[in-house]
Design a protein around this ligand. Sequence first.
Ligand SMILES: [Zn+2]
Ligand SMILES: [Zn+2]
Length: 168
Amino acid sequence: MLIKFNNFKNGIHPFTFETKVEELGIQDNFIGKVLLNCEMDKSSTQIVINCNLIVNAKQVCDRCLFEFETEFKSNFKNIYFITHSKSDEQEDDNGIYYLSPDDDKIDLTNDAIENAVLTIPMKVLCKEDCKGICLVCGVNKNETDCNCAIDTGSSVWEPLLKLKGKLN
Ligand SMILES: [Zn+2]
Ligand SMILES: [Zn+2]
């Protein structure tokens, strides 16, 4: 995912990179192709690169354990200042980078990997209103309606009530 920016005039240039998850080493979390659509805005003092990343992943729903494939999208923007006086305190941080006038290319591979990993949500649901699994009979309630739902409330208390009966 290299942009050889010296080959381009000042102005706006689109780029599309397509690669496989194996190429980026993120096959543990993602599957298939990785797509990176970028737009480079180049001037003689700075380069701004705006990218949309699309990755695909196999996910397991936290609520119903259904395995499904889903697409994650992410957007990131990097600014590269071209400076003759690149010093040590100018650390690359938060999408801001410093290039020396001798540099001729930008590598977006690490940005793609980092942003892909950031798209993984803490909580995974197959859909917003996933009904989950019935705790009594184990059916996936998105697919099948069962009649245990009403009993669930009382069955939780049943052992306690029995105990209470014995104590009395
Ligand atoms: Zn689900
Ligand atoms: Zn049930």
